[in-house]
Design a protein. Sequence first.
Length: 251
Amino acid sequence: MEYRLKKSLGQHFLHDDQMCRKIVAALEPHSFERLVEVGPGGGALTRYLLQLPGIDFKAIEIDDEKVAWLLRTYPALQGRIVHESVLDTAAPFDAPFALIGNFPYNISTEIVFRVIEWKALIQVVVGMFQKEVAQRLAAPPGSKVYGVTSVLTQAFFEVKYLFDVPPGCFTPPPKVMSGVISLTPLAQPPAMRSEAHFKRLVKAAFNQRRKQLRNAVRPLFSAEELQDELFNQRAEQLSVADFAALTYRML
């Protein structure tokens, strides 16, 4: 192996072929012509993704060593690697695309927020996360792990928890279980005053999640609005639609 693992980049490389095929197979129910892989690393998924027929493929990889190794190992990647951080690069295609990746754990939540920024172009995402992050993204209202990332993601995507990935599938084995989820754009996201209002409300609500909503979001609403019994609840009890509707009542 001619590349090194870099803890600073949160790297754990898949080596289990059966699991790699299972992750790639999660794309099968979806229709797409363009595909982006985030963080191909040692190419465990890449070699299967390059075999998908009729797909315009690109990979986003920040690590110089991995880029050099990938280009030597998979000549078909020539001209298809975006050598930048996914958090800094522009959308790799200006037409709709699917996205897949074994996402680095240390930036996985930021990658989801990047996906939300690109939502107008995203057709489906199949991503591997630390299991607790995956569960949080998919959590329903009322769940202990339902929070800011759950609401902001579920406002625009249907989130499905697909399957676990045990530590033994990786080199080196992480100390935690991993999980694969899919994100599929909602045909009709809930109406909201603006995404900025929605984000501000959700962050304020969960910033003090143990308090009644009224106390957590007091600066955002008039005293009259705050009389509504809805504000007796805690943030985790509200649905995505509830938060979206509330944006119209904000100051």
